[in-house]
Design a protein around this ligand. Structure first.
Ligand SMILES: [Zn+2]
Ligand SMILES: [Zn+2]
Length: 366
C-alpha cells in the first residue's frame, strides 16, 4: 500500500505553547503529524529537543501494519538532539548538551541488562522502547527513559549527520560482524546491501576480514558496497552461491551475514557457509523461516546461527563515535536525501519506495 496514503497535512498542525508536532501511527497506511503535549521528565528521565532523525526500515513495517504498535504512538527510534530538561536522579549532564539517543534504551539494572543482554532489557526485545512501546523520536521533543544509561554526549567536532546512524543501523550492521566473530583474514559474505547490510560490510572490514563478498539485487547499492569494504560484489540472480563457493576454493565462507530478513537470503547465507562457520543474522523476518536440511548438513555440520538486535546503552555509542572521530568510519554517504519534519510523509514515501537510489533519509527537526 502507498505509505503516504493518508498523511495528515502538516499545515493543520499549528505551533502552540507546550505543544509539539509528532509523527503518529494511527492504523496501517495511516500516519502523520499531530499535536501532542511536550513531555516532562520524571525520575531518571530526560527530555531531548530533537535536531535530526531518520526513517528506519522497521518504521516502514510499522506504518504498513506489518509490525504491530499501538495506535497513537509516536514513531521513530534514531535521533540527535539537545538536552531540554533533566529529571531528578541524573548526574553528569547539562541542559543544552548535544546528545545521541540510542534506538535501544536499556535500564541497566534488570536481570538481562546485568547479564550483558542490554537489548533484551526486561524481557524479549524489551530494550527497544522508542516507537515500539513508548513515544518515539520523530517529534520535536522526546522523553528518554533511563537517561543516565542512554544519552551519549556528541563531541563538538562531529556533525549531527556524522553520528545519527550510530543510534541504530550502523551499530546493528557492525554487530552482525561482531556477533559472527569475524577473525583476521576470514572470508565473509553479506546478503543484501541496504543500509544495514552496507554497515555489516564495513563491520567485516573493521573486524579484519580478508575476502568480503557483498550480494544485492541493486547494482547501485553494490557500488556503495565497494566503498564500504567489499572486495567482490555479486548481483543476486547471477548465482552468487556458486561464485562465492568457487572464489573460496569450494570451501565456503567463515561467516555469512543475513541483512534483509527473507527466507531466500537466509538460505543463501547458509548455502555459502563452510562447515563450522557462523551465520550471523540481523534481518527482521515475517512469516515462517525454514532451514534447508541439505545446506545444514542435516544438523551435523557444526554451523552456528546467531542473531543480534541493535546493541543498547551509551557506552556502545561512545565506542562508535570514537571510530567516527578517528576517521575510521564515515557513514554520511548513506544519507542520500534530506527532508524537514513537515515533509516526513514524503520522507517515508521515498524511503519506502526505494526510488531515486535512496539509502537513508534524514529528517531535520530543528
Ligand atoms: Zn531501526
Ligand atoms: Zn534492563
Amino acid at each position: 500500500m502507498p505509505v503516504s496514503a493518508e498523511v495528515t497535512k502538516p499545515s493543520k498542525v499549528a505551533a502552540k505553547p507546550g505543544v509539539m508536532k509528532a509523527n503518529v501511527f494511527r492504523a496501517p497506511g495511516k500516519f502523520g503529524l499531530e499535536e501532542k503535549p511536550i513531555p516532562t521528565a520524571g525520575f531518571g528521565e530526560a527530555i531531548v529537543k530533537v535536531r535530526l532523525t531518520t526513517v528506519c526500515g522497521t518504521d516502514i513495517h510499522i506504518i504498513r501494519g506489518e509490525y504491530p504498535v499501538a495506535p497513537g504512538l509516536t514513531i521513530g527510534h534514531e535521533a540527535v538532539g539537545v538536552i531540554h530538561e533533566l529529571g531528578p536522579g541524573l548526574t553528569g549532564y547539562e541542559i543544552g548538551q548535544r546528545v545521541l539517543v540510542g534506538a535501544i534504551t536499556p535500564c541497566g539494572q534488570c536481570e538481562p541488562c546485568l547479564s550483558g543482554q542490554l537489548s533484551q532489557c526486561g524481557g524479549a526485545l524489551g530494550g527497544w522502547r522508542f516507537g515500539n512501546t513508548i513515544d518515539g523520536v520523530q517529534a520535536e521533543y522526546v522523553k528518554v527513559p533511563f537517561a543516565q544509561a542512554n544519552l551519549a554526549v556528541v563531541p563538538e567536532g562531529l556533525s549531527d549527520e556524522a553520528v545519527l546512524l550510530l543510534a541504530d543501523i550502523a551499530s546493528t550492521g557492525f554487530s552482525a560482524a561482531e556477533s559472527g566473530r569475524v577473525r583476521l583474514g576470514d572470508s565473509v559474505a553479506i546478503f543484501a546491501q541496504g543500509p544495514i547490510g552496507l554497515c555489516a560490510t564495513l563491520g567485516a572490514k573493521l573486524m579484519g576480514a580478508g575476502k568480503i563478498f557483498a550480494v544485492d539485487t541493486d547494482s547501485n547499492r553494490l557500488k556503495m558496497s565497494t566503498q564500504f569494504g567489499a572486495t567482490t560484489t555479486l548481483l543476486d540472480g547471477q548465482n552468487p552461491i556458486e561464485a562465492i563457493r568457487d572464489a573460496t576454493g569450494g570451501r565456503g565462507v567463515d561467516v555469512a551475514i543475513e541483512a534483509l530478513g527473507l527466507q531466500q537470503t537466509f538460505e543463501n547465507a547458509l548455502r555459502v557457509l563452510r562447515p563450522g562457520g557462523t551465520l550471523s543474522s540481523v534481518g527482521v523476518y515475517s512469516g515462517h523461516l525454514q532451514i534447508p536440511l541439505d545446506a545444514f548438513g542435516a544438523g551435523l555440520s557444526d554451523h552456528k546461527i546467531v542473531t543480534t538486535l541493535c546493541p543498547g546503552g551509551k557506552e556502545r555509542m561512545y565506542r562508535l563515535m570514537r571510530l567516527v572521530e578517528a576517521h575510521r568510519i564515515d557513514l554520511t554517504p548513506l544519507l542520500t536525501h534530506t527532508f524537514t519534519l513537515d515533509q516526513i510523509g514524503e520522507a517515508y514515501e521515498l524511503f519506502g519506495s526505494r526510488k531515486d537510489d535512496v539509502l537513508k533519509v534524514t529528517v531535520r527537526v530543528a
